[in-house]
Ligand binder design. Structure first.
Ligand SMILES: N[C@@H](CCC(=O)N[C@@H](CS)C(=O)NCC(=O)O)C(=O)O
Length: 208
């Protein structure tokens, strides 16, 4: 059975949502962040040397990186429903957004998190960080357009990654002015599979 090494309040919520949409049987192995440092417990390093979550196992396979996990699960168990459409243009758009989430959009959000601990010392960095957050969220708002999900009428692989970007951005106070992203988050949060994933995953403070 698929096992998910799941850290509270983390990217591994993405994986639980996808597994619920896929209707697969899976087991959650829970890990709690340190209350003070917010870091993952050392036990995660026994599963994968990076010591990060999510990590899944499927038989002998150990898979880390949420993008790689989403790609693996979609390709293996749900390509028709959650994979790219058949044309080259659809495949390019699919892989663009699959990589964009962690490769581009996450960086200014992580910088926001890290610099929040510097107090006034962070001031010289903040204009660039804020403008890069706005750059990426503005791009997402425009790319979503009038579609319910990034690649059309139903969620596809990249949506399982991009929802976390929207959630984190809102948590960090970057929620405005992105009405389409707000509707997008609501649309996802209303899905029974998303709610089942929240129920099974335990503490998740990001679904604002
Ligand atoms: N790019 C990786 C990032 C993994 C990552 O940094 N996960 C965070 C949770 S969202 C984590 O494990 N943090 C705890 C720590 O660094 O100790 C992915 O997408 O899976």
């Amino acid at each position: 059975m698929i096992q998910v090494h799941h850290l509270n309040n983390s990217r591994s919520q993405r994986v639980l949502w996808l597994l619920e949409e896929l209707g697969l049987a899976y087991e959650i192995l829970p890990y709690a962040r340190d209350a003070e440092t917010q870091l993952a417990p050392a036990g995660l390093k026994a599963i994968h040397p990076l010591g990060k979550s999510p990590v899944i196992t499927d038989g002998d396979l150990v898979i880390a990186e949420s993008g790689a996990i989403v790609d693996y699960l979609v390709q293996t168990y749900g390509a028709a429903r959650f994979g790219p459409g058949p044309s080259t243009a659809e495949k390019v758009a699919y892989h663009h957004f699959l990589h964009f989430a962690e490769g581009s959009a996450m960086l200014p959000l992580m910088l926001t998190l890290y610099t929040s601990r510097l107090g006034d010392a962070a001031a010289p960095l903040m204009p660039r960080i804020r403008s890069e957050v706005a750059n990426h969220l503005g791009y997402m708002e425009a790319a979503l357009g009038d579609r319910p999900f990034f690649l059309g009428d139903t969620p596809r692989g990249p949506d399982f990654l991009l929802i976390f970007i929207v959630e984190l951005a809102r948590l960090f106070g970057y929620g405005e002015p992105y009405p389409r992203l707000a509707d997008y988050a609501r649309r996802i949060h209303d899905r029974p599979a998303y709610q089942a994933a929240i129920e099974k995953g335990g503490t998740y403070a990001f679904a604002l």
